[in-house]
Design a protein around this ligand. Sequence first.
Ligand code: DON
Length: 624
Amino acid sequence: MDTLKILSPGSGTGNDCAGLAIRPVLSRFLARCHADIAGETSGAIADYIPELKKADPSHFGISLATIDGYIYEVGDSAVPFTIQSISKAFVFALALETIGAERVESVIGVEPSGDAFNSIRLRADNRPFNAMINTGAIACSGLIYEAEGNGAFEHILDALGRFAGRKLSMDEAVFASERATGDRNRAIAYLLRNHAVIKGNVDDVLEVYFRQCSVLVTARDLAVMAATLANRGVNPVTGEQVVTPYVVARTLSVMTSSGMYDYAGEWIYRVGIPAKSGVGGGILAALPSQLGLGTYSPLLDSHGNSVRGLKMCEALSSRFDLHVLNRSGDVRTCIVAAYDIGGISSRRNRQPHERQILDDRHEDSRVFELIGALSFGTAEYLSRRLAETRQQSQFVILDFRRVPTITKAAVQLLADSLADLTAGQVTVILCGMEQTSTVGAAIDPWIESMPKIRKFALLDEAIEWVEDQIIYRYGGYVRLEETTGLREQALLAGLGDDDIEALASLMEQRTYHAGQRIIAAGDTASSLFFLRSGMVSVKLPSGARLATLQAGMVVGEMALLEGHRSADVWADTFVQCFELPLDAYSGFRGQHPQIGERIVRNLAILLANRLILANTKIELLTSY
Ligand code: DON
C-alpha cells in the first residue's frame, strides 16, 4: 500500500519533500487545492453539540484513496474528528448487509426529503424518508439494536473499522455532550417509536446512534471508507469484501439522492459524486470504480456541509471531469485481441504436416482476449461478437486473465451466449481464470451443466488443445510413441545419409520418464538432444512454458551459440532421444566444416522462423 503525505505545500517538513520530483501528478493538484482553499474562512463550527465547538477552524485535511489502494494525503488528513452523519451511510449498508434489504426497506424509505438533516417530518406512511437524515438514521440504529441488542454499537464500530481498514474508537466527550443535548433526536426517536418504526427502549436506541456519531475518524479514514464503496465493497487497503456489490449500489443510490440533505440536488448536479457529510466537518465522496475522497474542515455552511470540503470536491470533479453520469467507457474495448490460431499458435512446435493442417483450418477457431471488468454493456457487445462466430468456428476460446470482475448481469448474458454456441457445433474453451478468481466462481455455476465447455488455466494451453483437436479431426494425429529418425531433424536438413551416420556415431541414446528434467537452467550447455519420440517442454525457472517440442525436433541447440542453459527442459511424456555432446561435435566440425556450416545455417533458419512467429503475434496483438 503506497501513501503520499504532504503536510502542507512548500513546508519542507513532509517526509517526501526530498522526493518532490517523483510526486504523482495528482498530489501536486491536491496540494495546490489545499493551498487555494485553506484561505476560505466562511462558515461556522457546529455548536448545537457543545463539545464540537472545540474544533480548530484552521484545520483542513484532504485524502484521496484509489481502488488499487494508493493513498494521497494533504494537510490535516490525520487529525481525528467525529464521524457524525457520515456514519449513517455505513450503518445503512450494515443493516442492508446483515438484516436484509426487505426488512430495512419495509421500515425506511429511499426518497430524498428535501428537508434539513434534523427534520422531524416523516412520509405519509409515517416512515422516515431515507437513512441519510436523522429520522431514518435513528430508525437504522434501531434495526441494528433490535438485531444485536447490547452488542449493537460494538457491531457498528467493528463494521466502520472494516471500512476504514483499521480499528476505530469513540470520542467519549462528544458522545456525552450529544447525549446531554440531543433532545431533538429524542423527539424524533419517540415519534418513531410512536409509529412502531423503532421498538424497545428509546434511550437504548439513541445510545447506539449517539455513539456511532461520536466515532473518531480522519480524512484518510474517510477516503479509505469511500474507496471501499467505490471498489464494489472491497476495502482496497485490506482486500476484505466488507459488503456486497448489491449493498454498495443501494447505499450509493441513497447517498446520491440524499447524502447532502437539502443540498443533494445541487451537489449531484455540480459535483456528481455520491457523497455524505457530517457536522463534525467531514465529507466523504465515492466515485465508483475509481476513487474515494475524504476531507475534514469543521467550518460548515447553512446546510451543515463543510465549506472547504465542498470546494475541494467541486474543484476535483470539475478539474478532472469526474461527474458519475459522464462515463466515457466504450464497450468495444472489452476485447483486447481477437484472432484465429493461424495468427497466434501455441508454444507447441508442430510437425510440418500438422502445421499444414493448422494453416489450412485456422478459421475453425476464434480466440477472444478480454480485458477489464465485464458488466452488462461489455457482455452484451461480446455476446454479439460471439454470435458472429457460430457459423464459422468450431472452437471459440475466451481468455479472462485480464478480467478482474464480472457482474451478475454479465454472467447471465455470457452464459446465454455460451449456451447458444455449445448448442450448435461450437466447443467453447475458457481460460485465464485462476482457481481463486471471483470471475471463475461467478461463471462456473452457470456453465457446469453445459456440454462442450473446456477450461484451461493458460491461454497457451487452450490454443494447444484446440490445435490438437483440429489436427486430430483432419487426420494429422501422430502417436507420441512413434519414433522418428535423424533424417527428419530440421537442424540436420540437407545433410547426406553418410554425414548423418557419421554424426550419429558421436551420439548417445537417452531415455527420460515423464516429469524428468533433461536440461537445467544455468548449467553449462554441453550437448544437443535430437528427439526421437515423446514430448518435452522448455520452461523458465518460474514455470512459464516457452515451447513444447516433439519427435523430429532438437532441444538444447542453443548450446551451439551460448555457454550456459537459459531454461529448463522437462520430459512431458516418456522420451527417447539422441544426445550429441558438444565436444565431440566441435571435433567433428573441425574435420567437416561444410557440415558445421550447414547445421549453423539450419539453426539460423529455425531461429528466423521463431522470430517471424513472434513478430506475427506482436503485430496481431498490437494491431487489434
Ligand atoms: O444527530 C445529529 O444531529 C448529529 N449526531 C449528526 C448530524 C450531522 O452530522 C448532520 N450532518 N451534516
